[in-house]
Design a protein around this ligand. Structure first.
Ligand SMILES: Nc1ncnc2c1ncn2[C@@H]1O[C@H](COP(=O)(O)OP(=O)(O)OP(=O)(O)O)[C@@H](O)[C@H]1O
Length: 661
């Protein structure tokens, strides 16, 4: 929300030397009425945003009051500047200016083209129209004849004058040409107050459309099709007049009545708007064409400046007071200006498309992130599975080895058992032959079969007869596997029992080379047999126990191996399914990339189309303005011809009349 900016401008006095009892005094931005002796007239003091005294130029007025609005208009805000004041107070001078001091309109035109050229990131399309409200009818000043154009209102365009010619322009000079044409069609008239008095309100309008020039390089893709459309109205109002002063009659009187009526409605609208919200009530915009057209500028979506022109002469003090009161009410009006961005259906579609694309990109980004995470996780899982597989394979291998070792151990035990069995058999045989010998000759020597004696220890012989020497490597007592108290002699069976079933490497044992056959007495033999039997029975039991334990252990190992193999199979299956998921994710990513490519292609095609259309419009407008120029020239020519003809006819007629009389 922003207040309308209001300024007052005094034109130079037309009668500076005339003595005056009261005169206006300007101090900073305050204006007050003073008596000749300097006493201020009570209640006639006003403050405004700017007060321009008689020496001020159009350049100062433009720079301080209008320039900012013009720049805002180029940036998409609606802007309005209008001159209000009694007749001959300097409105037209302020708006149009002179050769030496151009007014607001020519300065604004130049400034707009300069600013648009400086704004390199946007491209502009500027249209110009020029209309007047004459006797409460709207005429197009750029078109011949009085058209009485109607005012319409629509959602897209707001309030607009239907059928008003809008000229596309590319340079300030082109605009000045059009202004010249409009000025030629404008209604001026001579009154007592002003030799060239505006008999109509004129509205010079510039419509500025702009869009981002290169949305991709400027990074403003979402605004590529948003078109800013702003309207600048530069209004030169007809001046309020006192019929008595203007001396108007006939046509001028009729014009004056319309002028005063519409200015009165403008005053009413300003009054209403200046009241605070609750008391405001209905704003009578529709009561006149002027207020209807200026509606957005008064309390609406526009940046507005009002310049109130004042004639300084004492004779105009009452009108000037009225102007200042109007100005101070206008100061209270608040507008709400905002950038006007419009979207055509195609542009809207395009913007939505871009938004969708943007969303899709985001989605795709997050999707690919998710996919990447999934892939990463799957890879990690796979890696873990492989490690687990390796670990299990190693465990399996270990189990296999220990199983083999156990089997080997069992085989060894089996061998031992077999040996024991054969020993038992041979002891049986020896016992029976000893019995036989005992029965035949008790003094005969017992002869042991040589191979038996050398293969395994023989329990039927006396301990000291069957001896083993320590192996070479085990001669050192410290590291010898044989217990020390066995000294140099060991009973292998006993050794076996002491080692709780662990096999002794028999190859490490060296049998004594010269084993002598000894003779045994029968009592010795019987003692030996009893001892052998006892040892034999006691020795087998732990061996069998060990064997049973081994068998059980073997069974457990087998089961464990089977479980490990099952686990391996499961892991292999899991790895296969992970690989499948990975390849599906890759396919997804490829599909999305292809889709994105498609959309980008479409976008480029649309962009090219837009460019082509703009070029077409440009070419068309150039051709159109050329044609218009030709027509105007033709019209002026024919008008001159008609006037010449009329003049010559007049001359002829006068000559004829003279001749007749
Ligand atoms: N600031 C000024 N400096 C010099 N001359 C001025 C100034 N203001 C107005 N004049 C002159 O005063 C005369 C009347 O001015 P102008 O035609 O602009 O008044 P106006 O308010 O437009 O009148 P109307 O309402 O009748 O059209 C003109 O001759 C104009 O050149």
């Amino acid at each position: 929300m922003e207040k309308i900016s209001v300024a007052v401008r005094f034109r130079p006095s037309t009668a500076p030397d005339l003595p005056a009892e009261r005169q206006w005094r300007v101090e900073d931005n305050r204006i007050s009425l003073h008596l000749l002796d300097g006493t201020p007239v009570s209640g006639v003091s006003f403050a405004f945003d700017h007060v321009f005294d008689q020496s001020s130029t159009n350049a100062t007025v433009y720079d301080l009051l209008i320039k900012s609005i013009i720049h805002a208009t180029v940036n998409g805000f609606n802007g309005t500047a209008f001159a209000y004041g009694q007749t001959s107070s300097g409105k037209t001078f302020t708006m149009n200016g002179s050769e030496d001091d151009p007014g607001i309109i020519p300065r604004a035109v130049r400034d707009i083209f300069h600013t648009t050229q400086m704004t390199t990131d946007r491209e502009f399309l500027i249209r110009v129209s020029y209309m007047e409200i004459y006797n409460e009818e709207i005429n197009d000043l750029l078109t011949l004849g009085n058209q009485k154009l109607p005012i319409h209102e629509s959602l897209e365009r707001g309030i607009f004058v239907a059928g008003l010619r809008e000229e596309i322009v590319n340079s300030a000079e082109q605009v000045f040409e059009l202004i010249k044409l409009g000025e030629a069609n404008r209604h001026f008239g001579e009154t007592n107050m002003n030799v060239r008095s505006s008999r109509s309100h004129t509205i010079f309008r510039m419509v500025i459309e702009s869009s981002v020039k290169d949305p991709i390089s400027s990074g403003d893709v979402s605004n590529a099709d948003a078109i800013r459309v702003s309207v600048l109205n530069l209004v030169d109002l007809a001046g309020s007049e006192r019929i008595a002063k203007t001396g108007a009659g006939g046509v001028r009187l009729k014009e004056g009545k319309h002028i005063n009526k519409s200015l009165m409605i403008l005053g009413n609208v300003i009054n209403k708007l200046s009241e605070n919200g609750k008391q405001r009530g209905h704003i009578p915009y529709r009561d006149s064409k002027l207020t209807r057209i200026l509606q957005p500028a008064l309390g609406g979506n526009a940046k507005t400046s009002i310049i109130c022109t004042v004639a300084p002469e004492e004779v105009h003090i009452e009108e000037s007071r009225g102007t200042l009161q109007f100005a101070s009410r206008a100061k209270r009006i608040t507008n709400c200006a905002q950038v006007n961005e419009i979207l055509t259906d195609a542009a809207l579609l395009k913007r939505q498309k871009l938004e969708i694309e943007e969303l899709r990109r985001k989605l795709q980004g997050s999707h690919s992130e998710v996919l990447e995470q999934v892939i990463l996780k799957q890879r990690n899982d796979m890696h873990k599975s492989e490690l687990e597989c390796e670990r299990l394979a190693m465990q399996l291998e270990e189990e296999r080895r220990s199983r083999e070792a156990l089997e080997h151990c069992i085989r060894e035990q089996q061998k031992k058992i077999n040996n024991f069995t054969s020993l038992a058999n041979s002891s049986d045989q020896a016992r029976s032959s000893a019995k036989q010998m005992d029965s035949r000759n008790t003094n005969d020597e017992v002869i042991m079969p040589q191979e038996d004696a050398f293969k395994t220890p023989n329990f039927k012989v006396m301990p000291h007869d069957f001896v083993v020497k320590r192996s070479n490597c085990s001669r050192d007592l410290e590291s010898s596997p044989l217990p020390e108290n066995f000294a140099n002699v060991a009973d292998e069976d006993l050794w076996m029992r002491l080692n709780k079933g662990c096999t002794t490497d028999l190859d490490m044992l060296q049998m004594t080379p010269d084993m002598k056959y000894q003779s045994f007495t029968s009592s010795d033999i019987s003692v030996g047999l009893a001892l052998e039997e006892e040892i034999s029975n006691k020795g087998r039991l732990p061996i069998l126990e060990t064997e049973c334990r081994f068998n059980k252990h073997l069974e457990a190992s087998k089961e464990e191996c089977a479980a490990v193999e099952r686990e391996c199979n499961l892991l292999r299956e899991e790895k296969a399914s992970l690989m499948q998921a990975l390849s599906m994710s890759k396919q997804d990513v490829e599909l999305l990339a292809a889709e994105k490519e498609e959309l980008l292609k479409e976008l480029n095609i649309e962009r090219q189309k837009m460019k082509d259309l703009k070029e077409e419009i440009h070419v068309f407008s150039l051709a159109f303005s050329q044609r218009e120029g030709l027509l105007t020239a033709l019209y002026s020519k024919s008008k001159a011809m008609v006037e010449n003809l009329k003049a010559s006819q007049d001359v002829k007629l006068r000559a004829l009349i003279t001749n007749c009389f």
